[in-house]
Design a protein. Structure first.
Length: 387
């Protein structure tokens, strides 16, 4: 029996139960670990952010218990970070994090067989490690906008990525943007959209969950999930809700822009395991976002059987169809309101789109995604061995 490979994931951050950041990264790591691969994670932690957010520093090393007998080794070197300060075209925070990751990698025993970097800026760091230790390098790109050129000089990027083995793109949009920036070539790329864990996001009985949460059974409820900022469009939705009456809204997330109004049933962050309840309490999911890689929030809402109202831009092309979504110009508040009213006033259409969302979401199972990723990686490595 062939021994499973040891994979080192180099990522910007990693979640804990009390600090659910980058949960989509952990989702991929968990699924691959369950396939029998030995997994290590290097995720630098910002001491500066810990101080300002009054969070305790995490251990430099800890183990994430996935399930009985399966653990992921997590290395979190501490670094200082500064606000977008650059020197000679190199972001100081990114440079400090890069050095910390490279030093930390030396501690990992036994040495990994391959590197998997999440986002292109992590890929630059992983590329330097890859070349030093002669390890295959794979980069996952799912950024709403690829910003690697704002962190490192172009010469550094080209050198680090010169021997990249493969690129996993969360959307066709990510693939095209990566090609436009000349970060890799088409023959090394595959599009594998993000995915959901059906054990965490699934359809529940709406009236039962509304009673549990104390919501009225006959209210029409809209739900939003994402950061409270201009890009995600929370204030555009808030303005649109004034044109949908009567209706209620749930805002899941946090940020600087805070909507107000009597229509708000809930606003704020939730533990990750509670989000499924609030999604299932709603009638429709609305995300008037201007830019995404591949929205996990949309996929999670679909898995709960919610019709989707979101952007008509290309980043949604790989995950939404006319049968489960209404796609609109997300800068147009009237268009957002019109789409919400259309679903509010047509229960039959909502039901039809809900069923379609549930069926379509089954294509985005995390185990399927993990299998596709690892098949791609294994095939690339096998092909290189034959050359």
């Amino acid at each position: 029996m062939t021994k499973k490979k040891h994979i080192c994931f180099i990522v910007p951050d990693y979640p804990t139960h009390s600090d659910p950041v980058y949960t989509f990264v952990k989702q991929v790591v968990d699924a691959i670990a369950k396939m029998g691969y030995s997994c290590s994670v290097v995720a630098p932690q910002s001491l500066t952010k810990n101080v300002f957010k009054k969070k305790s520093a995490r251990p430099l090393f800890w183990q994430d218990c996935i399930e009985a007998g399966i653990r992921v080794d997590v290395y979190q070197p501490r670094v200082l970070s500064f606000s977008n300060i650059s020197l000679f075209g190199r972001n100081i925070s990114a440079s400090l994090a890069q050095k910390a990751v490279i030093r930390c990698f030396k501690q990992i025993k036994p040495r990994p067989d391959l590197l998997y970097a999440h986002f292109w800026h992590s890929g630059v760091t992983a590329g330097l490690i890859s070349q030093k230790y002669q390890l295959p390098l794979f980069v996952a790109t799912g950024e709403s906008k690829i910003w690697v050129e704002s962190l490192f000089p172009r010469q550094t990027i080209d050198k680090a990525l010169a021997e990249i083995s493969g690129v996993i793109c969360a959307s066709t949009k990510n693939r095209n943007e990566s090609l436009e920036l000349k970060l890799s070539t088409p023959d090394k790329m595959v599009v594998i959209p993000n995915a959901i864990d059906p054990e965490k996001f699934y359809k529940m009985e709406r009236m039962l969950i509304r009673r549990k949460l104390g919501f009225k059974e006959d209210d029409f409820i809209v739900v939003f999930m994402g950061s409270f900022d201009q890009r995600k469009g929370i204030m555009r939705l808030s303005e649109a809700m004034k044109q949908v009456n009567p209706a209620k809204v749930i805002y899941i997330g946090s940020g600087e822009l805070i909507p107000t109004g009597d229509e708000i049933l809930f606003i704020g962050r939730l533990p990750h395991d509670q989000i499924v309840n609030y999604l299932n309490a709603a009638d429709v999911f609305v995300l008037p976002t201007l830019a995404e890689g591949c929205s996990n929030a949309i996929l999670e809402a679909m898995a709960c059987g919610l019709p989707i109202i979101s952007s008509d831009q290309g980043f949604n092309d790989d995950i939404l169809t006319p049968e489960d979504s209404i796609r609109i110009d997300c800068m147009d508040v009237n268009a957002i309101a019109k789409a919400i009213n259309k679903l509010k006033n047509d229960a039959q259409l909502r039901s039809k789109m809900s069923e379609s969302a549930l069926t379509h979401s089954q294509l985005f199972h995390i185990n399927n995604r993990a299998s596709r990723i690892m098949n791609f990686i294994e095939n690339v490595i096998d092909e290189k061995k034959e050359v």
